[in-house]
Design a protein around this ligand. Structure first.
Ligand SMILES: Cc1ncc(COP(=O)(O)O)c(C=O)c1O
Length: 964
């Protein structure tokens, strides 16, 4: 008799698990047969070391449906109260142009792409990022800009370290203007302490009494004052130091840019260019400097190069500086940055153009001037005489009363102290807001007529003295003029999107990156106003929904990893490493072991590991790996013995970056502990552990979790991300705190690692939703199927391409490395040729030459279906047969589809004199034609781009050439 389902079964509470996991039960079974095992349980038993397997299930709820989870989360969100924010301090409400909101921020074509390491299929976001750089150059008046950094405070810390790298001054003292935002001062203090720099936080009047290697000034100050920076800049430069300026991008539309005042570095947050405040992030910081410092620049720079046909093409310039090459010599540990948000800010500038930005800036300034005049008439004194959008008001003994009055009107002010208040206006401010503010300060009978106030201040930029008014033009490039109508804007965004391969087209099997499904339900909450429009320093009582959601997510992550405490502050994996290492450092200091500074790192580690160790003031000592790719335990032991007196910690990725569960992990952790060290586990590969093993159980003291890998935050074309860290109880007091919003748990005197208390809080609902939807059983299945998919690929490709490393029973973990070096030796075909040829099949390449040069690392994730895996495998096997033809000299080294890949429409519609057909070039397998992805350009010349470094939008003549 057929089974009659119960109501509970008909409700399908676990339906989402089947949406998230690619292969269905039957497909899983047939894949298991290919591997010669009967069940997933048997595969896991063969793969995961018994010594680390967790007994029992995760202490999490069972799965819920998408409807249930979103309804619950909406309930949490509705506990947030969204007030009109006049707090300022680097965060301002803004209007995301709806055409950008829907077609970029909410569009998987933009948010599911990866960092543009394969530029031929990334020209769209590379162009948007080049626009971001051009916008930065125009606004700041500088020569060279990057795209982008994690937040304004981190950018300040990067400015300080850049100054140390390039300044001629021998001083060890760095100066930070006390009128900078407090979170900026705190993040810089953290970094200075780790590097051993002396930091002076003081009034600029004290600057002349010191010799410094650099200084940061805020323009306008955190109190809103416009100061003449030129003499301060000259003072620092006279001491052979670097003058760095934190600036607000909207104010720069009206103010003389710091570059014209002589600044060496200009940075700030592009948040108010259309990116929601989101309770602190994610937002893109901009960073600009002199051309002479290009090799010392932190983060990524987009540059113009040429492709194989000599056409203009974009790429990430100076890629060899990427942290996995430079390691402890890297300029910074920035890996995941804020690409999606940089793109949104650049589209905001494209959408508004210079006239639009001027209207916005002038309107914000006009309203501020009206408010200033109204308050003055009402007898309220102001401490800043000149201003753009921020007023600091002297209200002796009245501050708390006025704040209370404002709150009752739904407005948040900046409470400076009992006698002072700050007000910042923004793009969303209206005349009604100004009116309400006048009532709060002066009383209901303020008697001010807004139209009259407008007339009284109009005709002059009344807060900005003439000498500070900007004279130079901005955004003169055609891209900021061509897309004014919504139709034109929509088509521009679409035309760029079409050039990029994202997860909505095909699998992106990048090892170590975990490009899994970013489900629509997970993405929907991030643009709910209850989450999006919250200022990070809003009173906690207004953020009850955030508090509950973050608290629940912390509990979920504790249950998954076994740690005792979680810090949500780090806004990328690499920042998690830095924050975790700082906690270790502080722990040693507090326990009388401040001299312990050696960080052991296996040679296979990701480049951010040594870069972060260096930033945390540690000495890196490398540990060898054996022929199977495992940590060489003998070498580890001897290094631990050698450094027993000064061992701080070991950084280890588990499962390893070689894609293997090392059997000796417990022993490895024990050795480090025996010698007084701590274990930092790089959690980039947590997708192979969730539900099967817990890092805190097998020896890790601290670990970061890349929420943008295992927990479904999309990569956004190179960010955002979140890298919260989990720690054991003994490290909990040493986690980052926040001076504006003190956190429960960490020592109150601890400084911050990020600008905002909970990092990029507005994307946390993505991970919360994923875990809630999957529940304990779904998460475990996801891990098991990730392992199944990787082993299926390893098995099916194994004969054609040697799998470099495997563990017990010849199994890999959740990814596998295939070795291209023997193929290259026999045929001359390189891993890069294979990567580019995969584009002709519509695939993004696996991770190239990391962690082993000359290899490809494939990570399919659990979300890819069997059909997609088979298509990828077919593509790789077809490529192998093409390589064989090169090996047999049926095709010459230059005239073959691998060497010439990727192929473009221009190739096949032009003159064709190749020894293979057009069909073979662009439709190498039948199914390719059904869903053809056309690379926008041919293979890009890396060397040309670096030799002729050009990092702005191509000049006007080049557009004329293109038109011809
Ligand atoms: C093994 C490993 N560690 C660290 C990182 C750095 O993480 P993030 O890019 O989030 O800074 C990565 C990033 O890909 C990684 O693969």
């Amino acid at each position: 008799m057929s089974h009659t389902p119960s109501l509970r079964e008909l409700e399908q509470p676990d339906a989402f698990i089947r949406r998230h996991i690619g292969p269905d039960a039957a497909e899983q079974q047939s894949m298991l047969e290919t591997l010669g095992v009967a069940s997933l349980a048997e595969l896991i038993e063969q793969t995961l070391p018994q010594s680390i397997a967790m007994g029992g299930a995760l202490a999490l709820d069972e799965p819920r449906t998408e409807t249930q989870v979103l309804a619950y989360l909406k309930g949490l969100a509705s506990r947030n109260q969204i007030f009109t924010s006049c707090i300022g301090m680097g965060y301002h409400d803004t209007i995301t142009p709806p055409v950008v909101l829907r077609n970029v921020l909410e569009n998987p074509g933009w948010y599911t792409a990866y960092t543009p390491y394969q530029p031929e299929i990334s020209q769209g976001r590379l162009e948007a990022l080049l626009n971001f750089q051009q916008m930065t150059l125009d606004l700041t008046g500088m020569e060279l800009a990057n795209a982008s950094l994690l937040d304004e405070a981190t950018a300040a810390a990067e400015a300080m370290t850049l100054a140390r790298r390039v300044a001629k001054s021998k001083s060890n003292l760095f100066f930070i203007d006390e009128d900078c935002h407090p979170q900026t001062i705190s993040v810089v203090r953290t970094r200075a302490e780790a590097f051993g720099f002396e930091l002076l936080v003081d009034s600029v009047d004290a600057l002349a009494q010191h010799q410094v290697f650099g200084a940061v000034f805020q323009y306008t100050t955190t109190w809103g004052e416009i100061r003449d920076l030129a003499p301060l800049i000259a003072q620092v430069q006279a001491q052979q130091g670097l003058a760095c300026v934190a600036a607000d991008p909207l104010s720069l539309v009206l103010l003389t840019p710091p570059g014209e005042l002589g600044a060496d570095v200009v940075f700030g947050s592009s948040q108010r260019f259309g990116v929601p405040m989101g309770y602190g992030g994610p937002h893109a910081a901009f960073f600009a400097t002199r051309d002479a410092y290009k090799r010392a620049m932190p983060g990524r720079i987009i540059g113009v190069s040429v492709d194989a046909r000599g056409n203009r093409a974009l790429r990430m310039a100076l890629q060899t500086r990427e942290q996995h090459i430079r390691r402890e010599k890297a300029n910074s540990n920035i890996c995941t940055a804020q690409v999606l948000l940089a793109n949104i800010a650049s589209f905001y500038a494209v959408y508004h153009g210079p006239e639009g930005l001027q209207m916005i800036a002038r309107r914000v300034h006009r309203l501020t001037a009206m408010l200033a005049a109204g308050l003055e008439r009402g007898g309220i004194n102001r401490s800043n005489h000149r201003f753009f959008d921020t007023l600091t008001l002297n209200v002796p003994g009245q501050a708390n009363t006025i704040v209370g009055r404002a709150r009752s009107q739904g407005i948040n002010l900046r409470l400076i102290d009992a006698d002072h208040l700050g007000i910042s206006l923004d793009e969303t401010t209206t005349a009604e807001t100004v009116e309400a503010l006048l009532r709060c300060f002066v009383g209901d009978g303020h008697n001010q007529d807004l139209a009259e106030l407008d007339r009284s201040v109009a005709g002059k930029e009344s807060g900005i003295p003439d000498q500070f008014l900007r004279r130079s033009a901005i955004l003169t490039h055609p891209v900021f003029h061509r897309h004014r109508s919504e139709t034109a804007m929509l088509r521009y965004i679409k035309s760029l999107e079409n050039k990029d391969l994202a997860l909505n087209h095909a699998m992106i099997p990048l090892g170590s990156c975990t490009m899994k499904l970013n489900a629509t339900s997970e993405m929907i909450p991030i643009t709910w106003p209850e989450f999006a429009r919250m200022h990070p320093f809003a009173p906690l009582a207004q953020a009850a929904g955030y508090k509950a959601m973050i608290g629940e997510l912390e509990a979920m992550l504790r249950a998954i990893t076994g740690f005792d405490a979680i810090s949500m502050q780090p806004n990328s994996g690499a920042q998690g490493e830095y924050a975790g290492l700082l906690a270790i450092r502080k722990y040693h200091e507090e326990t009388g072991n401040g001299h312990r500074d050696v960080c052991l790192i296996p040679t296979s580690a990701h480049g951010t590991n040594p870069a972060s160790a260096m930033m945390a003031g540690m000495r890196v000592v490398l540990v060898a790996c054996d022929e199977q790719g495992n940590v060489n335990i003998d070498d580890l032991r001897s290094k631990a013995v050698e450094h027993t007196a000064d061992l701080s910690c070991l950084m280890i990725t588990y499962p390893s970056t070689h894609g293997v569960y090392e059997e000796g992990i417990r022993e490895i952790c024990d050795i480090v502990h025996q010698h007084g060290g701590q274990v930092y586990m790089d959690g980039a590969n947590l997708n192979a552990l969730v539900g099967l093993a817990q890092p805190a159980d097998f020896g890790a003291d601290v670990s970061h979790m890349n929420l943008h890998k295992t927990f479904c935050i999309p990569h956004g074309g190179g960010g955002p991300g979140m890298g919260p860290i989990g720690v054991k109880a003994h490290l909990a007091p040493y986690l980052a705190n926040h001076m504006v919003v003190p956190l429960d748990g960490p020592n109150p005197e601890n400084d911050a690692v990020s600008a905002a208390p909970w990092g990029s809080a507005s994307i946390l609902p993505i991970s919360w939703t994923y875990i809630a939807l999957m529940g304990a059983s779904g998460l475990r299945q996801a891990t098991e199927v990730a392992i199944l998919n990787a082993n299926y690929i390893a098995q099916r490709l194994g004969e054609a391409y040697p799998v470099l490393y495997s563990g017990r029973n010849g199994r890999v973990a959740h990814e596998c490395i295939i070795d291209i070096r023997p193929i290259k030796a026999a045929s001359g075909v390189t891993e890069e040729d294979i990567a580019k040829r995969l584009m002709d099949f519509g695939f993004h390449a696996p991770t190239m030459s990391f962690p082993v040069p000359g290899t490809l690392m494939i990570e399919p994730t659990e979300s890819e279906s069997r059909a997609e895996l088979d298509r990828f495998i077919d593509a790789m096997l077809t490529i192998r047969s093409e390589i064989a033809r090169v090996e047999r000299v049926q095709w010459s080294a230059e005239d073959n589809p691998l060497h010439n890949a990727p192929h473009t429409l221009a190739d096949i519609t032009g003159d064709w004199q190749r020894s293979y057909s057009r069909q073979e070039a662009v439709f190498p397998l039948d199914w390719v034609a059904h869903n053809k992805f056309w690379p926008a350009v041919n293979r890009i010349d890396n060397v040309y781009g670096d030799r002729n470094l050009f990092c702005a939008c191509p000049p006007l003549e080049a557009w004329a050439d293109d038109a011809q």
